[in-house]
Design a protein around this ligand. Structure first.
Ligand SMILES: *Cc1c(COP(=O)(O)O)cnc(C)c1O
Length: 471
């Protein structure tokens, strides 16, 4: 398998090259040259597999530059009951008839990002050791991404993490999760500013190419193909749990921000997994819902990006969306480049409403969408708790709300549970008047000693900190 850029660059690369690279040289995102097809026989063979073996089978279709035995060992080491809490790894739980929750949030940081990030940590360690190289991961987080990255990379050889977060702005639970890590290769840097300041600093450091090269700066953001690929596996695992025969279809409802999670669903569907609808659920930041309803992709500025009670979806520009548009437009890299590089920069939007490709998109790609507000979130959390005794987090509630609008008789609807309620306790208390359950291993983490450096929002200070801590 070779990988190409969504913006038409002529290079074709192998998996391990793009693993550590991030963006393609032309600013595009990597995708496989084609989607391997899984037919009826393969689905039947995969139906009985453990999650680990299923992951190995799916990954083997996309990775041909890691020996099979090594890849198998990486999968076995990653998806364990010890790390993810159950033998099934991603068990389905029924709500009302025809509606299921797929539990993706029982990993180390209680959000679905662990599903991919834990694999990424092991792939990075493997590939860096093979090359005799090191990598310093620089990132900015407002919560879930940073902690998932730190728990995936802690103690890994050849990797250091420098994670910027806005000082005092994460929830107490999220701060405790990150700052209580005592591993030497994990550096928590609390910046006196907001999330945008953190992100600007990461960009400024990454744009200093000489510094980037000398200090081997890399990222783990959601545009990394390996993360997307890891997420494809749980669409298969959810499908097999909800069906008994390959003639059945299911739909998935996915709380969406950067379009990473649901883009993995698009890949699974493109491989031939019998998915009927892919339901994109947004919060008040409804750029994606607007696109799927109207064909207009209109990016908002940070002033128009709302702070909501499902904060991991508070995004104005869904970075993975370019991958879907590439497929939608028949993989025309020049056109994708004109839209995302030129038109978004100059006009802040593009309009595909008149394009036949958009007009047949719902039918060809299965995408539908909907939006959920704070009031919807509270009502959905309350209703789901009252009727089923199941507490769901605010992001998952957005997914359940929109899923209920799109359910079709006879087609199981699987809502991806993207976090556990304990991460967003304040809104749960607002909805239910009681605190969310806390997994035993997180008892008292707010009281643990914290390892964090508070710094001004100054690029030079951050660079100096990195220089002093890489040797
Ligand atoms: C990251 C995140 C999302 C959004 O996922 P995308 O892949 O960015 O669309 C939704 N819910 C939670 C809890 C998250 O952490």
């Amino acid at each position: 398998m070779r990988y190409l850029s969504t913006r038409g660059h002529p290079d074709r690369k192998q998996f391990c090259e793009i693993l550590l690279e991030g963006l393609a040289p032309d600013g595009g995102l990597y995708l496989p040259e084609h989607y391997p097809q899984v037919g009826d026989a393969m689905l039947t063979k995969w139906r009985g597999l453990s999650y680990t073996d299923l992951a190995f089978e799916v990954l083997s279709l996309y990775i041909d530059d890691i020996p099979a035995a090594d890849l198998k060992a990486i999968c076995t080491k990653t998806y364990t009951e010890q790390v993810f809490g159950t033998k099934e790894i991603v068990p389905l739980r029924p709500l009302e008839s025809g509606l299921y929750l797929e539990a993706l949030s029982n990993g180390p940081t209680l959000a679905f990002k662990d599903m991919a990030m834990q694999l990424l940590g092991n792939l990075f360690e493997y590939e860096l050791a093979r090359r005799g190289e090191e990598l310093n991961i620089l990132g900015a987080t407002s919560g879930d991404t940073g902690s998932a990255a730190e728990y995936a990379m802690r103690g890994k050889k050849g990797v250091r993490v420098f994670m910027l977060s806005p000082n005092g702005r994460m929830s107490p639970f999220q701060q405790a999760q990150m700052f209580s890590l005592q591993d030497e290769n994990i550096h928590n840097i609390a910046v006196e500013g907001v999330f945008d300041d953190c992100q600007d600093i990461v960009k400024a450091v990454s744009n200093d190419l000489e510094f980037k090269r000398q200090y081997k700066i890399g990222t783990v953001n959601s545009i990394n193909w390996a993360r997307l690929m890891a997420q494809v596996v749980y669409y298969f695992a959810g499908y097999f749990q909800a069906t008994t025969s390959n003639s059945q279809k299911v739909s998935f409802a996915v709380p969406s921000g950067n379009f990473g999670n649901v883009c993995a669903g698009h890949v699974a569907r493109s491989m031939g997994l019998p998915i009927d609808k892919l339901v994109v659920a947004t919060n008040e930041n409804d750029v994606l819902d607007e696109f799927f309803r109207t064909g207009v992709f209109r990016v908002r500025g940070s002033a128009d990006t709302h702070e909501t009670s499902s904060p991991s979806m508070d995004l104005s520009k869904a970075s993975n969306f370019e991958r879907f548009v590439f497929d939608l437009l028949g993989r025309d890299g020049a056109r994708v480049k004109a839209l995302f590089h030129d038109q978004l920069a100059s006009q802040g939007s593009f309009d595909l409403s008149a394009d036949p490709a958009f007009q047949s998109a719902a039918q060809r790609y299965g995408f539908v969408s909907g939006k959920s507000t704070h009031a919807d979130r509270l009502a959905t959390i309350r209703d789901t708790y009252k009727r089923f005794g199941t507490m769901i987090d605010t992001h998952t509630a957005d997914g359940v709300k929109v899923a209920r609008e799109q359910v079709q008789p006879g087609v199981p609807m699987i809502v991806l549970e993207t976090a556990l309620p304990i991460k967003f306790a304040a809104t749960i208390e607002e909805a239910l008047g009681q605190s969310p359950d806390r997994p035993v291993r997180f008892e008292g983490i707010e009281a643990l000693p914290k390892r964090v450096k508070v710094v001004p929002a100054d690029v030079a200070v951050i660079k100096l900190y990195i220089v002093e801590n890489v040797h």
